[in-house]
Ligand binder design. Structure first.
Ligand code: SF4
Length: 251
């Protein structure tokens, strides 16, 4: 059965969120992306991407421990101080599940000098305009909306979700733009033809002309468990990279 990602988020939230606490399967780690960033890996996602590097139990929100926003910030700050980073992020799964937790964490980060990158699939922000409005209150924030494929058909093949939910990812761009939240779109291009990518650029230009020049290209990194997952889904990417040999533009 196809996933309804809005309903799936509610289902996962029941397992991965408790009041203002969110489940994390790895509380903190340093990461080389964005020039160096302290990263916390949350549990629970509302898509089931065939190229995902998070494991099945983590995506269901079934592994990890609950942490308060205060505890997460403390861990992120310690890591950032140790590695001299100025940026923090939540990653691993979908950080917009557990809105109360995320908003409280952002409120706390806004009282520091750190900046925060919200990596999201955008579904919940596209579904509910008030989410973008809530995010507009924070100076520390930049949102990276990671779009799964270039059209409805690719989205469905890659995420196992209803094709029409692809539009929610595009709606997220519009909602963030309307609320003045700093953001940029990223798009998974490993499975897309040049023609489909061009059509995609046409669609996001209709939201705002400037978006075309801001698109970050995303490609599959062939971690062993990602290769297994792709083989199981019998989907062959057109372009991939080895995690040990990433071009600097992708880091
Ligand atoms: S949205 Fe991200 S975390 Fe969720 S399944 Fe897709 S790749 Fe994995």
């Amino acid at each position: 059965m196809l996933i309804d990602p809005v309903e799936k988020a509610k289902e996962v939230e029941k397992v991965a969120v408790k009041n203002s606490e969110r489940k994390y399967y790895r509380l903190v780690r340093p990461a080389r992306f964005y020039g160096g960033i302290a990263s916390s890996d949350c549990s629970g996602c509302n898509l089931r991407c065939v190229f995902c590097w998070s494991n099945d139990l983590a995506r269901e929100g079934k592994i990890g421990n609950f942490y308060s926003p205060e505890q997460v910030l403390e861990a992120l700050k310690k890591c950032a101080e140790k590695f001299n980073y100025s940026q923090l992020r939540l990653t691993g799964n979908e950080p917009t599940i557990g809105r109360k937790h995320l908003l409280k964490l952002l409120e706390l980060i806004d009282q520091t000098n750190y900046s925060f990158i919200l990596e999201t699939n955008g579904i919940l922000i596209g579904h509910d305009k008030s989410y973008a409005k809530d995010l507009s209150k924070f100076d520390c924030l930049h949102v990276r909306v990671s779009i799964k494929g270039t059209n409805e058909e690719e989205f469905n093949k890659l995420t196992l979700a209803k094709p029409e939910s692809f539009q929610l990812q595009l709606n997220a761009l519009k909602n963030l733009l309307d609320q003045g939240v700093p953001f940029h779109p990223a798009v998974m291009l490993s499975f897309s033809t040049k023609e489909n990518y061009e059509r995609f650029l046409g669609r996001i230009k209709e939201i705002d002309k400037s978006l075309e020049g801001e698109v970050e290209e995303e490609y599959v990194f062939l971690y062993p468990h990602v290769v297994k997952r792709l083989n199981k889904a019998r989907i062959k990417p057109l372009i991939t990279y080895s995690p040990n040999n990433l071009p600097s533009r992708l880091i």
